[in-house]
Design a protein around this ligand. Structure first.
Ligand code: CA
Ligand code: CA
Ligand code: ZN
Length: 211
């Protein structure tokens, strides 16, 4: 009897070791931090950070963070050619990739407009080394997707006031309010800092390249 109990104890200890061994140094969904809003502006002045931690709450460096449009296969990414940061865009998977620093953080400052033509929320799957950490939504200041923020973009948000789960939402509270109008207004005049492709011929090319 005693031997059996000792045997069970050893087995449990071994199991606990295997479980802890499997979870340490592996991204943990509950401990990691994923923003709900993935804000982008053509000027690249909006950023968001994903923080990856393991089951022991330790930050994990060297983890590949991917923003994958799992809920929107038709995602359109219009990216400025001249951005201070490489886009890390994979045109095949239509995803954006960064590697976490020693603090477990991957910060994205994208220049351009990323959106889902079908609309919707939480269509971006955020993963760390293949472990899904959460879901989020790209939100663009450039509402009409011509790579600038002007009065037309502000007007689009104003006309959507009161709408629920609308792409004009900028702060992820799911309702378009005066705060969202103010948020886009704050980026008025922002555009790609490099040459903006001439419309409409290059527009089509650019779309084709990033679709
Ligand atoms: Ca615009
Ligand atoms: Ca809002
Ligand atoms: Zn801006």
């Amino acid at each position: 009897m005693l031997r059996t109990i000792q045997g069970i104890g050893r087995a449990l200890w071994a199991l606990a070791f295997v479980i802890s061994g499997a979870s340490a140094n592996v991204p943990d969904t509950g401990r990691s931090t994923v923003p709900r809003c993935l804000n982008v502006c053509p000027a690249g002045d909006q950023g968001f950070t994903v923080t990856v931690r393991d089951a022991n709450d330790l930050p994990l460096g060297g983890v590949t963070v991917e923003l994958f449009p799992g809920g929107c296969p038709g995602e359109v990414a219009l990216l400025c050619a001249d951005c201070s940061e490489l886009s890390g865009y994979d045109p095949v998977r239509r995803s954006f990739v960064r590697v976490t620093n020693p603090s477990g953080q991957a910060t994205f400052r994208l220049c351009g407009t990323v959106y889902c033509p079908a609309g919707g929320t939480n269509w971006v799957e955020v993963a760390g080394d293949g472990v899904v950490l959460g879901f989020a939504t790209f939100l663009a200041t450039d509402q009409d997707h011509d790579l600038d923020v002007d009065a037309a973009d502000v007007a689009l948000v104003s006309s959507a006031l009161g709408s629920v789960n609308h792409p004009a939402d900028q702060d992820c509270d799911h309702v378009v309010t005066a705060a969202d109008v103010a948020a886009v207004n704050a980026h008025l005049g922002h555009q790609c800092s490099g040459p903006v492709p001439a419309l409409p011929r290059s527009w089509g090319r650019l779309k084709a390249a990033y679709r």
